[in-house]
Design a protein around this ligand. Structure first.
Ligand SMILES: Cc1ncc(COP(=O)(O)O)c(C=O)c1O
Length: 432
């Protein structure tokens, strides 16, 4: 089948790019004119206050990145669980940590920074997040584990109540990675407040951005103070540079904080725009053998950060992915993420594959991976399959299946309805 040719869009439509409003410049300029060009200043204080106010979390510490927030959360958890941090050992020192599998690697790299060992928990279809059933199974296999790191992918909250119940039953702490989900809520409560330690990201593609930046959040004053101290090289209260523990240069800049401060009043507006984009895709795909990423589990309200789609198993053409390349065989009436991504790229629109699950990543392949059925290793040849069934006749694990059949759609706030209609038209043509 020959692909239908479409005219390219006049300007590139990005997956999710920064959307500025003007107030950002005011606060950056204020930092400049008052000479608070530093990691101290009014913008930082204000952004911390805004995060506390928005989420309801008691303490917020502004950092250079969401990754920094997750790293210091991992160190705090390790120190609380296993004793004092040593620079040569980290605070997790060979201890296993249960982690979301289908996420960005920044969620789980901090486990390695602290010398822990990530064990990946499979995903479930209701929310595309950590499967509580697989988590329960993981505790049967590794009853001594005391830490869980859970992410809310694409701004849709995971089953955090169930995960909290399981954590409490096993005396485990939770690090909540709300990097992608600022403004999303679960049963009326904001994400970023469910963990013992929580992280938000303000990097360039997030729902609001500082160009970079992150926030550590907790209800514990003592933990917030530790993070604040560690993030400024662990300086002790002395007239000279005095250090009793290892520190980092992780504090947020007052200039970056100015951008975030200017973005904050626009958070709800961005969410509304992203929601409209999601609904336009959903309506535009009516009649196709596809569905959108899940949004409506148990009164959760996502922030709609990225719109994604997933192709029904029977409508998948053959698609094979190696480590860095993908091939597919076009087939009438069927398609696959690779074909769709190529088609939308050809008209100047940016999509992306679903975040490749961690248990499939070369760097983490030797780690344990737990599915509902127990200790499941990924089958390297399984994603040659046309759907949820591997070539050996066994079902793929859930994360692998969503990665195989799903993709992230252009979700930029600034995309016009006309541009989006064109993208929808191109995608529809893939199934002709
Ligand atoms: C799920 C998830 N966790 C963590 C991060 C890390 O945040 P940052 O880029 O601010 O370090 C990101 C974003 O990049 C993310 O999407």
């Amino acid at each position: 089948m020959l692909a239908k040719k479409f005219d390219p869009l006049e300007k590139k439509v990005w997956l999710s790019s920064p959307t500025m409003h003007g107030e950002e410049l005011k606060y950056i300029t204020e930092a400049y004119e008052t000479n608070w060009m530093s990691t101290v200043g009014k913008n930082i204080n204000e952004v911390e206050r805004l995060c506390q106010e928005k989420t309801g979390c008691k303490y917020a510490v502004a950092l250079s990145a969401g990754t920094a927030a997750l790293h210091l959360a991992a160190r705090l958890a390790g120190e609380r669980l296993y004793g004092v941090h040593r620079a040569d050992q980290g605070s997790l020192q060979g201890h296993k940590v249960f982690c979301s599998d289908m996420t960005f690697d920044a969620t789980i790299n901090p486990v390695a920074y602290e010398n822990g060992e990530a064990v990946f928990i499979d995903t479930e279809y209701d929310t595309w997040n950590m499967d509580p059933v697989a988590l329960e199974k993981a505790f049967e296999i590794y009853p001594d584990v005391k830490l869980i790191i859970v992410a809310h992918l694409y701004g849709t909250p995971g089953k955090i109540d169930e995960i909290r119940k399981i954590a409490d039953a096993h005396g485990a702490l939770i690090i909540e990675d709300a990097a992608e989900s600022l403004g999303a809520s679960y049963k009326g409560r904001q994400t970023g407040t469910f963990g013992d330690f929580n992280a938000i990201s303000f990097n360039g593609n997030k729902i609001i951005t500082g160009s970079s930046g992150g926030m550590f959040m907790t209800d514990s004053k003592e933990d917030a103070e530790k993070v604040r101290k560690w993030s400024t090289q662990s300086r002790e209260n002395a007239p000279w540079y005095q250090h009793e523990e290892i520190g980092y240069n992780y504090r947020m800049s007052n200039v970056i904080a100015g951008v975030i401060r200017g973005q904050f009043p626009h958070l709800e507006e961005h969410i509304a725009q992203k929601k409209a984009i999601f609904e336009r895709y959903r309506d535009g795909f009516k009649g196709l053998p596809v569905s959108m990423n899940p949004i409506d589990f148990e009164n959760s309200e996502p922030n709609y950060w990225l719109s994604c789609m997933i192709i029904s198993p029977e409508a998948m053409c053959k698609q094979v992915r190696g480590e860095s390349e993908a091939l597919y065989i076009p087939e009438k009436g069927k398609s696959c993420p690779t074909e769709i991504l190529e088609a939308i790229a050809s008209i100047n629109a940016e999509g992306r594959p679903i975040w490749k699950p961690m248990h499939m990543q070369p760097i983490y392949r030797s780690h344990a991976f737990i599915t509902r059925e127990g200790n499941g290793r990924a089958k390297t040849n399984a994603y040659i399959a046309g759907g949820a069934i591997g070539v050996d006749g066994k079902p793929l694990d859930v994360g692998m299946d969503i990665f195989h059949r799903g993709l992230c759609l252009p979700s930029d706030n600034k995309m016009t309805p006309d541009e989006q209609d064109k993208i929808i038209e191109v995608i529809r043509a893939c199934f002709e």
